[in-house]
Write a protein that binds this ligand. Structure first.
Ligand code: PEP
Ligand code: MN
Length: 238
């Protein structure tokens, strides 16, 4: 979830790279529900992400919370994440559209419809940056057993409505590490273009989102299964 220290982020980056991950996502600026929770290492976190990129070659993805950081992110991040809580921060979306060239990972808002989500993507693209990636991370429903409710139906719906790539975040969608595997498999079977999965070397002591984080060795096993399923799906759909 978050960049915590050089040792933590570099070790996780190396482990996920070994398992086949295409990018490293870690939060430096964290949108936390409580102001007393860990808020992220902020600029120091960005520096540590750069070190992890240097060590592994993985592109880095991290969340932007305000327009004042656009130039800094444009200069040093490979993909800029807009978190669920900022999906309708229209000023941020407009400025990202006009002043960035990096792909924008746009997470679906906690209680937003697919149409509202696509309109937010449109705000970015209308400004000139058409590189938007949509990320479903679960929506709020009456169910409380899981942190959110994963809307896998959004995948075929979005396929119908847009050409934009769709990735699924089963970690924030469920909040429970043991549910990440089945829902990641479901996302691949439903046709997702990618997955965003939280990994931590010591989930019990993670500063944020430990209960939904996988240990590197579990992520490695899951990545192998996902690749197999992905290949199998290609044979089914031939
Ligand atoms: C995150 O990706 O760590 C995050 C805060 O997610 P979301 O914006 O989906 O809650
Ligand atoms: Mn998180």
């Amino acid at each position: 979830c978050s960049v915590e220290s050089e040792a933590q982020i570099v070790a996780v980056a190396q482990a996920v790279k070994g398992a086949g991950a295409a990018a490293l996502r870690g939060g430096a600026f964290k949108p936390r529900t409580s102001p007393y929770s860990f808020q992220g290492l902020e600029c120091q976190g960005l520096e540590l992400l750069k070190e992890a990129r240097e060590a592994t070659g993985l592109p880095i993805v991290t969340e932007i919370m305000g327009t004042e950081y656009i130039d800094l992110f444009e200069a040093c991040v490979d993909v800029i994440q807009v978190g669920a809580r900022n999906m309708q921060n229209f000023d941020l979306l407009k400025k990202l559209g006009r002043h960035t060239t990096k792909p924008i990972l746009l997470k679906r808002g906690l209680s937003n419809t697919i149409e509202e989500w696509l309109m937010s993507a449109e705000y970015i693209m209308a400004g000139g940056n058409e590189k938007v990636i949509l990320c479903e991370r679960g929506i709020r429903t009456f169910e409380t057993y899981t942190r959110n409710t994963l809307d896998l139906a959004c995948i075929p719906v979005l396929r119908k409505l847009t050409h934009l790539p769709i990735i699924i975040d089963p970690s924030h969608a469920t909040g429970k590490s043991w549910l990440v595997d089945p829902l990641a498999m479901g996302a691949v079977a439903t046709g997702a273009d990618g997955l965003l999965i939280e990994v931590h070397n010591d989930p019990a002591h993670a500063l944020c989102d430990g209960p939904q984080s996988l240990k590197p060795e579990v992520f490695d096993g899951l990545a192998k299964k996902l690749l197999k399923l992905h290949d199998f799906m290609k044979t089914v759909e031939e």
